[in-house]
Design a binder for this molecule. Structure first.
Ligand SMILES: C[S@@+](CC[C@H](N)C(=O)[O-])C[C@H]1O[C@@H](n2cnc3c(N)ncnc32)[C@H](O)[C@@H]1O
Length: 350
């Protein structure tokens, strides 16, 4: 590949076959959202990457690629980092905590962590010490999506057009996500994540027309999700075969035209295509009860919670919250347990 060549380049999709450490094809401060799953250093047999280095080398590797990503992000850009919670085989390591610390050392600010429950608890055979406290193994069948940002969490750049269903917004802002992993055999890559992962991050954390980057593109999952969600996608992978798999998937799963015809970026102002988030104040109050299903809450509790969230900038003031609570109770959404005190769930009713 010469200096100016991309593996694939169209208005809304770019594939760069290069190393994340070397490429000069991404401008500083140009990316709105990075979504990636880096190599985990668990001895996966990639074509062009050694996935079995010492843990110290792995931390150095992580620091270097995260620094590059930091420079590529816009000031209000975000970073969704899919990593293991920990590693149990070949020496226990707190990967999730260590890489989060490295991201913060590089300059990122921490926002939150989503726990991805892969729902594929395989039949376990390694118990450490069976039914004995001498040396049992504990294995958590989850991964993390650590959500970080560069400078300001409030997003001011871009089209300001969101494209997310009300139910999805409410479900996904609960940071416990459950969906299955992706099949390596089906995709032809040793460690793909499912399209559902970048799809949720894209809809939740970016605007229509934004630039989404995956510096470890693999089989192109992030680009498929970006294209299908009317964003621009850029992917980097060191391996040309994986770049080709990504391109094939874009043709097949996203229907992109690879003949060279440029498709225009959908204009964010085409309002007919965009479903706005319609979340009422009543939805917000109800969600708070759902988040703490067994906890009775008084008007005072809810009022204080609203005040705190308004201060954090989560939403605008909800002045009529007492009336909302009464209406929710009247409609059977929450239960009145005494004067001015309500609960989402009582053991007998839900
Ligand atoms: C965990 S996989 C990513 C899988 C991807 N999320 C998907 O859904 O297919 C990590 C990828 O990083 C690539 N990679 C490893 N070292 C790299 C480097 N220095 N620069 C760019 N890509 C690299 C590997 O080739 C591999 O495809």
């Amino acid at each position: 590949m010469t200096e100016n060549e991309f593996f694939f380049d169209q208005d809304r999709v770019r594939i760069i076959n290069d190393s994340v450490f070397q490429t000069k094809k991404i401008k500083r401060n140009s990316v709105d959202l990075i979504i990636t799953s880096p190599p985990y250093n668990v001895d996966i047999k990639y074509n062009s990457h050694d996935d079995k280095i010492s843990y110290d080398q792995y931390k150095e590797f992580s620091k270097k690629w995260m620094s590059r990503c930091y420079n590529w992000l816009k000031d209000d850009g975000r970073f969704c980092l899919n990593i293991p919670l920990d590693i149990n085989k070949g020496g226990q390591q707190s990967v999730g905590a260590d890489l989060t610390k490295i991201a913060k050392d590089v300059g990122f600010k921490y926002h939150s962590t989503i726990i991805w429950n892969e729902s594929n608890i395989s039949r376990r055979t390694a118990w450490g010490s069976w039914k004995s406290a001498s040396a049992p193994y504990v294995i958590s069948p989850v991964e993390l999506i650590v959500v970080l940002y560069k400078n300001t969490w409030k997003k001011t750049s871009g089209s300001r057009q969101s494209k997310i269903e009300k139910k999805d917004f409410m479900d996904w802002t609960n940071g416990l996500w459950s969906f299955s992993g992706e099949s390596k055999n089906k995709i032809g890559h040793p460690a793909p994540f499912p399209v559902e992962l970048p799809r949720r991050c894209i809809q939740l954390f970016s605007f229509v027309g934004d630039s989404i980057l995956d510096p470890f593109l693999g089989s192109g999952t992030t680009l498929v999700a970006s294209y299908l969600n009317d964003r621009k996608g850029i992917g980097i992978d060191i391996d040309a075969n994986y770049c080709q798999i990504a391109l094939n998937r874009l043709k097949k799963e996203a229907g992109i035209d690879v003949t060279g015809t440029k498709k225009p970026v959908p204009l964010p102002h085409k309002k007919t295509e965009i479903k706005k988030i319609l979340i009422t104040q009543s939805d917000i109050v109800l969600q708070h009860f759902k988040d703490y299903p067994s906890q009775p809450m008084s008007y005072k509790d809810v009022g204080e919670w609203i005040m705190g969230e308004v201060e954090k900038g989560s939403f605008k003031d909800i002045k009529a919250y007492e009336k909302i609570m009464r209406t929710l109770a009247k409609n059977g959404e929450i239960v009145k347990i005494s004067t001015g005190v309500f609960n989402y769930e009582t053991s007998s009713t839900k």
